[in-house]
Ligand binder design. Structure first.
Ligand SMILES: CC(C)(COP(=O)(O)OP(=O)(O)OC[C@H]1O[C@@H](n2cnc3c(N)ncnc32)[C@H](O)[C@@H]1OP(=O)(O)O)[C@@H](O)C(=O)NCCC(=O)NCCS
Length: 190
């Protein structure tokens, strides 16, 4: 049966360009490098990142995780940037579940414990949002977090992702089902 919609974005919208570096004031978002492995390991050794991202990571898995990003960019499914400053890696920000046909994606982020409390996540998210909506041309960026993750809710509000509602018992974490806040930013938002 013919579809009544056409693709909002064509295949290749992401993969035809190399993954760009993005500036966020004194922060720089850049593709992951092999030498970032200790930072990725440190991230997934942190109890809060383990809790909210629902995984641990070995040294080999950290290498594989870094190695996976060029392939995922090429497949146009996901993208991840290292959030850095002059001192090195501070965190991770990226797009998940990229759907070019519908021009939407979900955002993901974490910040290393040593870099928290400096608005790193919100500043990185603002830069990723500007690029995703204005350059890539996505229509909607979604952001979901457990209602128990109040720090993430602060990040969403600060980066201009208003709360749209709550999906009840919508994500399973190690301690069971969590209600999830749904935030989003649209290209048409001012
Ligand atoms: C959520 C997270 C990304 C916020 O990053 P950040 O750059 O530190 O964000 P902010 O500086 O804006 O701080 C946000 C909130 O974190 C809390 N916070 C501040 N300093 C903190 C610190 N040193 N340690 C832990 N939490 C801190 C505060 O509640 C703060 O809100 P407030 O400023 O209104 O009090 C980060 O805490 C993190 O990586 N957490 C674990 C992984 C995670 O939750 N990822 C998101 C899944 S949806």
């Amino acid at each position: 049966m013919p579809l009544l919609t056409t693709p909002a974005l064509r295949p290749g919208a992401l993969a035809r360009h190399p993954q760009p570096d993005l500036d966020a004031g004194d922060l720089r978002l850049r593709p992951w490098r092999p030498e970032d492995r200790p930072a990725v390991l440190a991230a997934y050794a942190d109890p809060a990142i383990r809790r909210w991202h629902c995984r641990t990571m070995t040294d080999d898995e950290a290498r594989d995780w870094i190695d996976s990003w060029p392939r995922r960019w090429h497949q146009e499914t996901d993208a991840s940037w290292a959030v850095t400053d002059h001192a090195g890696v501070l965190g991770q920000i990226g797009l998940r579940a990229v759907d070019l046909y519908e021009a939407e994606a979900a955002v993901s982020y974490w910040v290393l414990p040593t870099a928290r409390g400096r608005r790193v996540a919100a500043r990185a998210l603002a830069a990723l949002t500007a690029w995703s909506l204005d350059e890539l041309g996505l229509h909607r960026l979604g952001l979901r977090h457990s209602t128990a993750n109040t720090a993430s809710c602060q990040v969403a509000q600060r980066a201009g992702f208003p709360l749209e509602g709550t999906n009840r018992s919508a994500a399973r974490h190690a301690d069971g089902w969590h209600d999830m806040h749904v935030h989003a930013r649209l290209r048409t938002d001012t």
